[in-house]
Design a protein around this ligand. Structure first.
Ligand SMILES: Nc1ncnc2c1ncn2[C@@H]1O[C@H](COP(=O)(O)OP(=O)(O)OP(=O)(O)O)[C@@H](O)[C@H]1O
Ligand SMILES: [Mg+2]
Length: 389
């Protein structure tokens, strides 16, 4: 069918034509944010899940909902090698401009901008990736210390108080949270924790790979009390079907039952894969309904595409030893496996492989769901390894 009208949207962070199966979570998020905005205690959300399950899309939608509620949102994407202050400061500056825009600016609001200027000038001493300037002078009365903990606490207190004063909340949205270094993550959580104790309306909603929960727990034991860590998984069969059917129906196109069955079976309900299969099935079908033959052909095309891009880019960052390790894991299937089993296949001792495993966790390809266990962060990666290596 006409590819110009193809409704599906495979791609990182691409808004899906139908955001399926996430209503309960969206509701939970807006309740929590509204509670925080009205200085009531609530746990914010850290969305964790494998690659391509729809974390970024969900985070973006929660942010749009927060914007609609007139909350002030700050959008940040963590990046390898970038410091937290350099990521945080520009967005926070825009947020503070929004906070004061068109309003009778209270003392607190103008003080919060000064607090940010102070934060930036202190952090510039320590982090060299901050490029920002302010029209206002930093607070000269506060001695400049370059300790992140202390500066972040001061900053959030000031910004939180200003948001409270303006009857709103500042919500930081951080994607790829696992890329923040552990120390900076700990500082962030502590500053938010202290603000939460004073019921100040500033909080974090974030998304990242499954290793975040452990990383945050390690960073600060009270992270668990500050945040919920919903596991964003594959879509249940009903939602997966809706993700395919609803966008097509809007264009008067149907699927046969057997076509849906084939796609669900192949994609296992993973959001990104549903978009890929939907896209190919649409392009391959000559007319409605999209049938089983189209779905089967879509499987061939989608797998070829994934092998050439989604899986391949990840595979190509690996050293030969890392590839061996993942190939051995693939032999054991898609589920979490024990380090012992992998070592046995490679004919090595578990301790000899500790380093490779750690490197793969750092690269975000595997994570540790439980002590001594290892699992892929990329769904269906095992099958890819088996097809290609
Ligand atoms: N609930 C959903 N229903 C249908 N499609 C979805 C849903 N959520 C996400 N998608 C689609 O899945 C794909 C991946 O989404 P997204 O980039 O948000 O995943 P992610 O979890 O952030 O992945 P990564 O870990 O690689 O950053 C996109 O093409 C998006 O349109
Ligand atoms: Mg993402």
């Amino acid at each position: 069918m006409n590819p110009v009208c193809n409704p599906y949207a495979p791609g990182a962070g691409a808004q899906p034509p139908e955001l399926s199966g996430r209503d309960a979570l969206l509701h939970k998020a807006t309740v929590a944010l509204q509670r925080i905005a009205s200085s009531r205690s609530a746990r914010s959300l850290i969305l964790t899940g494998l690659r391509g399950v729809g974390k970024t899309v969900l985070l973006n939608r929660i942010r749009q909902d927060a914007d609609a509620l007139q909350l002030i949102t700050v959008r940040i994407e963590a990046q390898e090698g970038r410091s937290l202050p350099s990521l945080l400061a520009p967005g926070l500056k825009s947020a503070l401009i929004k906070l004061t825009h068109g309003k009778k600016v209270s003392d607190l609001a103008s003080r919060s901008m000064r607090a940010l200027a102070t934060f930036v000038s202190a952090m510039k001493l320590k982090y060299h990736d901050i490029e920002m300037s302010f029209d206002i002078e930093p607070e000269s009365t506060t001695p400049i210390i370059s300790d992140l903990d202390e500066n972040l606490i001061q900053l959030f207190q000031s910004v939180g108080a200003a948001a409270f004063d303006q009857k709103t909340a500042i919500i930081l949205f951080i994607d790829e949270l696992q890329l923040l270094n552990e120390k900076e993550l700990a500082s962030l959580i502590m500053a938010l924790h202290i603000a939460a104790q004073d019921l100040l309306p500033i909080t974090l909603v974030a998304a990242g790979l499954p290793q975040i929960a452990a990383k945050m727990g390690k960073a600060k034991t009270y992270a668990e009390r500050l945040f919920e860590f919903p596991d964003i998984g594959k879509l249940d069969p009903e939602s997966a079907m809706q993700a395919l059917i609803v966008p097509a129906e809007k264009l008067n196109v149907r699927y046969t039952k057997t076509a849906l069955k084939e796609i669900l079976q192949q994609t296992k309900g993973y959001a990104y894969f549903l978009q890929e299969w939907g896209k190919h099935a649409w392009d391959l079908a000559s007319k409605s309904p999209i049938n089983e033959r189209n779905a089967k052909d879509a499987t061939i095309h989608a797998l070829a595409d994934l092998d050439a891009s989604f899986f391949r880019v990840r595979f190509e960052q690996l050293t030969p030893m890392q590839k061996h390790y993942l190939r051995a894991m693939a032999e054991l299937g898609d589920d979490s496996v024990s380090s012992g089993e992998i070592a046995a296949i490679l004919g090595k001792k578990v301790t000899d492989l500790g380093m490779v495993r750690e490197q793969l966790i750092q690269k975000g390809l595997v994570y540790s769901p439980a002590h001594g266990e290892t699992a892929f962060t990329v769904p269906l990666f095992a099958a890819f390894m088996k097809r290609n290596v």
